[in-house]
Write a protein that binds this ligand. Structure first.
Ligand code: TYM
Length: 355
């Protein structure tokens, strides 16, 4: 009896530095959990990292550290195809072809583009699309708002569609990119009257993708926010970061509503602690007996319980260049096989030279 075909999962993380617990709970933890049951493909997005023009040596180092952290967290190259985005050049050709079916306007309206362009131009969140457009079109912004940044979602769509993946484990911030990917896939299929690309959806074991908050009171944890707890943080450093988390003056009346910094601490506690621990602190909050110092101490230890095994494995893996090279060579070969087949179908559909 032939085994039924497994559904195809694909996801990636940019090579922009060490992974933080937002990457872990939003993405990497799920990659590890699905390896046995799906056709899994996980890559290191080095091309997406180029939008900020990183130092070349730093980019090399970042690709290596993300790979080592993938493996240390439990990704198994025997079960998953693990590769570097730029090792599959078929993706970049698909990106070019797909761009012919993508509107500049829809890319300019993407939240991630607007956020990044605002930052690069020194604009504030109140500045709308028109302000961004005026600056981008009316002055020479050079590489600060480059074409790669604008077409970031097309490259991401190519990453997904080249594998014909249907499930994409990501954090909440990537949902709009997935929506665009579905739109591009539909548009392509309908323009050429084919059924080439399936529509991919986010994947979180039936739940909705999450946003891991920072410890600075508001917003998400992110590298550019400078509020990250890294998987490789030394216990001392990690405890210090957690103990410094922003809090408030404490609940003044029973069952009062939580301020954002406190709700964020509870979000992190829910991700890392056992239900009885969460329940204990929720009760203490509700009856005003809570001591934030106790909560933070518990939170730091529970985060460490997740990160310590990863941190302890990572240095050995990093030291084994031969092994890392082998993993990537095998991953690239497997990924390219499917990528080449999809690209060839796409070229054919679009009428690119056949004879
Ligand atoms: P990147 O590198 O910004 O983030 C990698 C993954 O980590 C998740 N993540 C978070 N999840 C929850 N809370 C947070 N605070 C948090 N911070 C980061 C992200 O949602 C993401 O899943 N564009 C992607 C990389 C990419 C990709 C793809 C992903 C390129 N091509 C194709 C999936 C499929 C990105 O920038 O991720």
């Amino acid at each position: 009896m032939t085994e039924p075909k497994k559904e195809i999962i694909l996801s990636g993380i940019r090579a922009t530095g060490n992974l933080h617990i937002g990457n872990y709970f939003g993405a990497l933890r799920k990659f590890v959990a699905v390896q046995n049951d799906y056709d899994c493909n996980f890559f290191i997005a080095d091309l997406h990292a180029l939008t900020t023009n990183p130092d070349p040596e730093q980019l090399h180092a970042n690709v290596k550290s993300v790979l080592a952290e993938y493996l240390a967290a439990g990704l198994d190259p025997e079960k998953s195809t693990i590769y570097v985005q730029s090792d599959v050049p078929e993706t970049t050709e698909m990106y070019l072809l797909l761009n012919m079916h993508v509107g500049i306007g829809e890319l300019m309206r993407t939240v991630s583009f607007k956020d990044k362009a605002r930052k690069a131009l020194g604009l504030s969140p109140e500045n709308d699309e028109e302000d961004i457009e005026k600056q981008v079109c009316g002055s020479d912004t050079g590489r600060r708002v480059n074409a790669g940044l604008l077409t970031y979602p097309t490259l991401m769509a190519a990453d997904i569609l080249i594998h014909k993946a249907t499930k994409v484990p990501v954090g909440k911030d990537q949902l709009q990119h997935l929506e665009l990917t579905r739109r591009f896939a539909r548009r392509f299929n309908s323009f050429y009257n084919v059924d080439l690309f399936p529509e991919p959806y986010d994947f979180d074991f039936g739940g909705a993708p999450i946003k891991v908050p920072g410890l600075d009171g508001s917003g998400k944890m992110g590298k550019s926010e400078g509020n990250c707890i890294y998987l490789v943080d030394d216990p001392k450093v990690l405890r210090k970061k957690v103990m410094r988390a922003v809090t408030d003056e404490g609940p003044q009346t029973p069952d009062s509503q939580m301020s954002e910094p406190i709700a964020n601490l509870f979000t992190l506690l829910e991700l890392t602690s056992t239900p009885d621990v969460v329940e204990h602190f929720r009760k203490a909050y509700a009856d005003c007996s809570i001591r934030y110092g106790d909560l933070k101490k518990q939170l730091a230890e529970d985060i460490l319980a997740v990160t310590t095994p990863i941190r302890e494995r990572v240095n050995d893996i990093l030291a084994d260049d031969g092994y890392l090279a082998k993993v990537l060579a095998a991953g690239a070969e497997r990924a390219r096989e499917r990528a080449a087949a999809t690209l060839s179908e796409m070229r054919h559909v679009m009428g690119i030279r056949k004879f």
